[in-house]
Design a protein around this ligand. Structure first.
Ligand code: NAP
Length: 479
């Protein structure tokens, strides 16, 4: 912990906040303060923005190969430090070490993927319909970006934005979530070591997100916002971006349906449910939120899921053998408790879990609820915790209608042995991503993102870099 940077990273240098303020970083497994980090104010944000604006011109002219190699070196450094980065992430966020190691690999992969994309930015040439004019299409970086990330995947949400921004030739200011600033600061140190020029990435840790970000979004120098977080905050930021017509990518909340048909392989479905529900203790935008299980298999599915959930070991993420760490903070746990209490009041049965353990830390046990009333609050709210809420259905049309009956549309999961049905239902779901007989869709090589109020744009995949590029068309008449 001592050698982890705790200051702001501006123009390639570490600095205290201008007014000297710091903020605590807590360990969610104990509730104790791990350390203090710089708590930036608007003045610091302005300095970070200045650095990004100043570096933009030169950075945009850097050879794509040079940008690619910086990312590749950073990818290798991250992997070589897997254990220390995982330990850091677990200490500030709580996830078990094995999951944190998995996230380090996932996060690094965005840098490898975009190191490969940096050298494949293409343009175009064409003869226009009049036969006389020629069209030359070039690609240019969109310009200085503001990147805002949540706490649930402290490293990967950063690399998923920083990777394509670097590859495209954009400079940036990163504002990580206040609960998990350390992973982002460590990442900045790694990129500096990998040769990233000063000012290309600036990191501003703060407990005053609104004060720090709003002037940047309204000021006209930041040309792009890439945000991952809740739909509520995303909406607010979209409005702030309107003034200066800032381009946006929004990765927002979800309310994923997890559908199990009567012809599903229940072993596969339960395995899928464990991943879709329990990855990151349920604190994932992709987490299965509403389980719709065909009436004829619902009891068996619920029993098997409850057995598996009940066997998970809950405890501090640093301890060997622990499967489920603490939730991020007291507020996160209180929300889960309220949602479960509301469902139980409306008639849900608790098969396993359902009550908060005594003692320090923000722990909540893996919980399975059946006979959930469709009017329960957890049907219309991201649970963001280890709670599986099971409802039954009778037929395909009905379940598709109920699955789509939400303003969100990030991901859906479908379990069936019927190929036709898998495609048919998958295509009818109003979501950006579908897991067919799998509980995991995230992959740096695939476009991640949602429809409806789950977001705008995609991260990762071939299209991930497009979010950071503009077209420029040159009209050339040929006489
Ligand atoms: P959040 O409250 O929306 O916060 C996300 C980030 O936005 C944090 O850094 C937060 O900082 C910042 N923020 C909040 N208000 C702001 C403002 N007025 N101006 C500028 N920044 C502001 O979400 P969260 O609780 O951290 O994360 C959970 C949410 O993220 C869930 O809804 C989840 O579904 C979503 N998520 C989506 C994806 C995806 O790819 N679709 C991936 C992961 C998570 P402060 O905390 O200081 O306010």
């Amino acid at each position: 912990m001592d050698d982890v940077p705790k200051q702001l990273f501006i123009a390639g240098a570490w600095a205290d906040a201008a007014d000297g303020v710091t903020m605590p970083v807590d360990d969610p497994a104990t509730g104790e303060i791990l350390c203090q980090v710089a708590d930036a104010g608007p003045k610091d944000a302005r300095l970070a923005e200045d650095a990004a604006v100043q570096a933009q011109r030169e950075w945009a002219r850097t050879a794509p190969r040079a940008r690619s190699e910086i990312l590749r070196r950073a990818y290798e450094i991250i992997l070589s430090r897997t254990d220390e980065l995982a330990a850091l992430m677990t200490s500030e966020m709580g996830k078990p070490l094995a999951e944190a190691r998995g996230e380090v690999a996932y996060a690094a992969e965005f840098f490898r993927w975009f190191s490969e994309e940096a050298v494949r930015i293409d343009g175009g040439y064409g003869v226009l319909p009049d036969g006389r004019n020629r069209m030359v299409l070039g690609r240019r970086p969109v310009g200085p970006c503001l990147l805002i990330t949540p706490w649930n995947f402290p490293l990967a949400m950063g690399t998923r934005k920083i990777g394509p921004a670097i590859a495209a030739g954009c400079t940036m200011v990163l504002k990580p979530a206040p609960q998990t600033p350390l992973s982002s600061l460590a990442l900045a140190g790694i990129l500096k070591e990998a040769g990233l020029p000063d000012g290309v990435l600036n990191v501003v840790t703060t407990s005053r997100a609104g004060e720090v970000c709003e002037p940047l979004l309204r000021g006209g120098r930041i040309r792009k916002l890439s945000f991952t977080g809740s739909t509520q905050v995303g909406r607010l930021l979209l409005a702030q971006c309107a003034d200066a017509v800032v381009r946006t990518s929004m990765e927002l909340g979800g309310n994923a349906p997890f559908i199990v048909f009567d012809d599903a392989d229940l072993d596969v479905a339960v395995d899928g449910a464990m991943v879709a529900k329990m990855r990151n203790m349920g604190e994932a935008c992709t987490a299965a939120n509403r389980f719709f299980v065909h009436r004829t298999v619902a009891e068996e599915f619920a029993r098997r899921l409850a057995d598996r959930m009940g066997a998970l070991v809950v405890g501090p993420g640093t301890q060997d053998g622990v499967d489920v760490g603490p939730l991020i903070d007291g507020a996160g746990r209180a929300k889960v408790e309220e949602l479960v209490a509301d469902a139980v009041e409306r008639g849900a049965r608790v098969l396993v879990g359902g009550s908060t353990p005594e003692g320090p830390g923000c722990f909540y046990p893996p919980t399975v609820l059946t006979d959930v009333d469709p009017g329960s609050r957890l049907m219309a709210t991201e649970i963001f915790g280890p709670v599986a809420a099971i409802l039954t259905f009778e037929d395909e049309d009905e379940v598709v209608r109920r699955a789509n009956d939400t303003p969100w549309g990030l991901v859906g999961y479908v379990f069936t042995e019927g190929m036709d049905r898998a495609f048919r239902v998958g295509e009818r779901l109003e979501v950006g991503m579908v897991g067919l007989n799998t509980g995991l869709v995230s992959n740096p090589a695939a476009p991640f993102g949602g429809v409806k109020q789950s977001g705008l744009g995609r991260e990762g995949g071939r299209v991930g870099i497009e979010e950071f590029l503009e077209f420029q068309y040159l009209a050339v008449p040929v006489r």
